[in-house]
Design a protein around this ligand. Structure first.
Ligand code: ADP
Ligand code: MG
Length: 540
């Protein structure tokens, strides 16, 4: 009989990285916690900003969780999962990205303590799942109905969201955002894309304007054209009013001045014909997606037409929807039925630049928000805050349920989840309690970021909630515990639910990983949502 010798089995090529069990878990938890730690200081109205500088020296200054994480060059696969929840939160509700990430970080931190006490990761995951369900149940119970037509309530929602980012009070900006939403809302919903955001440096954020119609960041092609057209009939053209390059590229031999002249005459005639097509459609405004030749400009000017060139295709789409016109690809097809309508088309000087305003369009729901601000950075952050607020208003209007902010719902969850945990037995109880305790991190962080003593605040908060003050939260401005609902610090229920759900899911997912293996190229279908899968795994 031959003896079977034990052999070393190599299932991975030599040199490949792999980390297992506790190592893998610690590594992943560490990475995820680090990501959460980075954005933690930005939470709330007193949160700080981050300055992100890329290799080219370009700078982004922001307080927005998802923007920070998106701009950071994050390599670690578990850390990338945390970035994903910020993105999901952004897509689903538009706000609460930092909250989701901070909670996820805290859930993992608490999980680590449990792992150290030899609680099995699947038990922790199960406890977290139970607690998340309980959290959802509690939140649904404490949430209150919100009337989507109540301007005051919408203003409070917008303020809670915007005031964490926009500089200063931003009251005027908040008002404009609410007005914009009220203009576009229909059947208790709206599409945030219907509100065109246009930015222009100059003045201050509070000089932001809501314009009925569409603004485009362009000027008319010639100052000799009328500056303002009333009862505008607008041709939307996706073809250039130029002689196509390919036509002139052909070799032309010109041997006499007469020939040259006739060639130029012919070009001129072609351009004149193009302009004639616009004129005969009945248009007095031409909005063109492509270029307009100088000669064509001359003819357009002679006909008193207001013309703009090189408009982006996304703006052309918006213009078509707003004015009720059709974008025509070929001038030959242009006729009166394709024209859009606006009461006024005019060029105005905004800051140092001219912009074109297409006002009071056929579709009264077409609105633009012109965001102003002292510098590029200020405007960009104001835009991010407006986008968050639009998400918030959409969630609140659609669902009609709100909760207070300032950490009030989180501390209430801590209280009720811990009570629920007491009724459980076994190790899951530990996990459920850990989940409850983890949510405390939101009021704690709000307090810390406001320079308050977090221990004092948490003690007072707990006492207030124990005595039935459901909406007691952190008044970051006065540095004490106060009723957030009474102060009008409110958020949509959906933002909270989504933040807790996604934080809990990602924590469970990271916990379940006990083996990190450098894979070869992952098949498309197996890759994670970030597209990179774990293919480019860094050394652990
Ligand atoms: P996120 O990305 O999670 O939205 P923010 O930096 O916008 O992070 O902070 C949101 C948190 O700030 C929420 O918990 C919200 O309730 C709280 N918050 C907003 N305004 C106030 C306020 N005036 N007083 C106390 N807390 C506030
Ligand atoms: Mg926010």
């Amino acid at each position: 009989m031959t003896e079977i010798k034990p052999q070393q089995v190599l299932i991975l090529p030599e040199g490949y990285t792999r980390s297992q069990k506790r190592d893998a878990q610690s590594n992943n938890i560490m990475a995820a916690k680090l990501v959460a730690e980075t954005v933690r200081t930005t939470l709330g109205p007193k949160g700080m900003d981050k300055m992100l500088v890329d290799a080219m020296g370009d700078v982004v200054i922001t307080n927005d969780g998802v923007t920070i994480l998106d701009e950071m060059e994050i390599e670690h696969p578990a850390a990338k999962m945390i970035v994903e929840i910020a993105k999901t939160q952004e897509e689903e509700v538009g706000d609460g990205t930092t909250t989701a990430v901070v909670i996820a970080g805290e859930l993992l931190k608490k999980a680590e303590d449990l792992l150290d006490q030899d609680v099995h990761p699947t038990v922790i995951a199960k406890g977290y799942r139970m607690a998340a369900e309980k959290a959802y149940e509690i939140l649904s119970k404490i949430a209150i109905k919100a009337d989507p037509n109540n301007t005051k309530m919408l203003t409070q929602l917008a303020k809670t969201s915007i005031s964490t980012k926009a500089p200063g009070e931003a009251d005027a900006l908040i008002k404009r955002v609410v007005e914009a939403v009220q203009r576009v809302v229909e059947n208790n919903t709206f599409n945030p894309d219907d509100i065109k955001i246009q930015k222009k440096v100059g003045k201050s954020v509070d000089d932001s304007e809501l314009v009925s119609g569409i603004i485009i960041d362009k000027e008319r092609v010639s100052p000799a054209m009328p500056k303002r057209v009333e009862n505008a009939k607008i041709a939307l053209v996706a073809q250039s009013l130029e002689i196509e390059k390919t036509e002139t590229d052909a070799k032309i031999t010109i041997s006499s001045p007469e020939q040259l002249q006739s060639f130029l005459d012919q070009e001129e005639k072609m351009l004149k014909d193009m302009v004639e097509k616009v004129v005969s459609s009945g248009a007095n405004v031409l909005l063109c997606q492509k270029g307009i030749d100088d000669v064509a400009q001359h003819f357009l000017t002679k006909k008193g037409i207001f013309a703009v060139k090189n408009i982006s295709s996304s703006d052309m789409d918006k213009l078509a929807r707003a004015t009720g016109g059709t974008v025509v690809k070929d001038l030959d097809d242009l006729n009166e039925a394709d024209l859009g309508y606006a009461k006024v088309v005019e060029e105005l000087k905004i800051g140092n630049d001219n912009m074109v305003f297409i006002r009071d369009c056929k579709n009264p729901k077409a609105v633009s928000l012109l965001i102003r601000g002292g510098t590029e950075h200020v405007i960009d952050e104001a835009e991010r805050s407006v986008k968050d607020a639009l998400g918030v208003l959409k969630a609140a209007i659609e669902e009609g349920l709100i909760v207070a902010g300032g950490g009030a719902p989180e501390i209430e969850l801590t209280r009720q989840i811990n009570k629920y945990a007491e009724k459980l037995s076994g190790r899951e109880q530990l996990a459920v309690k850990a989940f409850g305790d983890a949510l405390e991190t939101i009021p704690r962080t709000l307090a810390e970021n406001a320079g308050l003593d977090p221990i004092d605040i948490i003690v007072n908060l707990k006492a207030a909630h124990d005595s039935g003050k459901l909406w007691a939260g952190v008044d970051v401005f006065k540095g004490k515990v106060a009723d957030m609902m009474a102060q009008g610090v409110v958020e949509p229920l959906k933002v909270k639910v989504q933040a807790i759900t996604s934080a809990s899911e990602v924590a469970q997912m990271i916990l379940r990983i006990d083996d990190v293996i450098a894979a070869g190229k992952l098949k498309e279908s197996e890759k994670g949502p970030q597209g990179g899968g774990m293919g480019g795994m860094p050394p652990m």
